[in-house]
Design a protein around this ligand. Structure first.
Ligand SMILES: [Zn+2]
Length: 325
């Protein structure tokens, strides 16, 4: 069974799935002390329900929210969204940091001032097995980050904890990668060395590159690649993202790609006014209304689209406990 905000769901009930999205991206400390002028907490839930309802009307049945710590995860705020929105919403756990963790982690852990087991492991496992922050909502995916800073000491700590949690629970890992640096390869090497089967790893943001050789190496090693930033045309135009997917489909990789936007109902990192001006297609409905027609016009088949939007996400989201590579 796959854990969602409203409880466990059979994998074959997930339907068309967006595997990498965000409902609300914030920053608790900034929100408390320096609230963003465009953030309207009173209407945020209604707006999110409207956006997710529109998705349902367009055929999407499941949305994975990859808003983990570091991005202002607030599951209690999402519970009323999930109760009213006619899609399965899946929560995630992990830590979004490209370099360092908060000071708490400097003093808590094996051999540190407040000596004990790494709290990250306990935290990830609790989120997956018990529930997040006092709610009954269990995480269905893990998220880790590596970027320009490489696998720093703290990033390694997050990835190690995620590897332990992934093996113990069978929940998949999605990464934030920087394809220009080809660092999905570093992520694969690190996670594989710690026992994570690479077919349980999604190398996220892979659609930011057109380097087919690199992408094929990632997939040939077993991973699925996240073509998960459709609409982020300030990074790469959708026409070129589509061309990359089409090229890989022609090479037979339909079973190793998933499609999403990495969009948000609200993000204070790139607020609505900025998105409207600079990335107008960076919205939940971009795939069903614009990208899927482009893929079909370019020669993708309905079967291939079903594979990438239904079959692959269900395979990934179905926990595979106690497996090691
Ligand atoms: Zn994201």
């Amino acid at each position: 069974m796959v854990q969602t905000f409203r409880g466990p769901v059979q994998p074959d009930q997930l339907g068309s799935t967006l595997v990498h999205e965000h409902v609300f991206v914030g920053s608790p400390e900034l929100d408390l002390n320096f609230p963003h002028p465009e953030w309207e907490p009173d209407t945020a839930v209604d707006r999110a329900v409207t956006a997710l309802t529109r998705l349902r009307d367009l055929g999407v049945r499941t949305v994975v929210d990859l808003t983990v710590l570091g991005l202002g995860r607030d599951v209690a705020r999402l519970v009323p969204v999930a109760e009213r929105a006619p899609v399965h919403l899946i929560a995630s756990t992990g830590y979004y940091t490209a370099d360092v963790l908060p000071p708490f982690f400097r003093t808590h852990g094996p051999g540190l001032l407040v000596d004990g087991p790494d709290p990250l492991i306990e935290f990830f496992l609790h989120d997956i097995e018990e529930g997040i922050a006092g709610t009954a909502v269990r995480a269905g995916m893990l998220k880790v980050v590596t970027d320009e800073e490489g696998i720093t000491e703290d990033v390694a700590r997050v990835m190690t904890a995620a590897a332990v949690a992934a093996q113990q629970t069978g929940v998949p890992i999605t990464t934030h990668s920087r394809p220009a640096l080809r660092n999905g390869l570093d992520q694969q090497a690190f996670l594989q060395k710690r026992g994570v089967p690479l077919d349980r790893v999604v190398i996220g943001h892979s659609g930011d590159t057109e380097d087919l050789t690199y992408l094929r190496v990632l997939m040939d090693a077993g991973s699925t690649i996240g073509m998960d930033r459709f609409g982020m045309e300030h990074v790469l135009p959708d026409e070129r993202r589509v061309a990359t997917v089409l090229a890989l489909l022609r090479l037979g990789y339909a079973d190793r790609m998933v499609l999403s936007h990495d969009a948000a109902c609200f993000s204070r990192v790139t607020p609505p006014s900025w998105r409207a001006a600079h990335a107008p297609h960076w919205r939940f409905e971009n795939l069903p209304t614009r990208v899927v027609p482009m893929l079909l016009a370019g020669g993708a088949t309905e079967d291939e689209l079903h594979q990438m939007t239904v079959v692959n996400p269900a395979r990934l989201l179905t926990p595979h406990p106690k497996r090691t590579s």
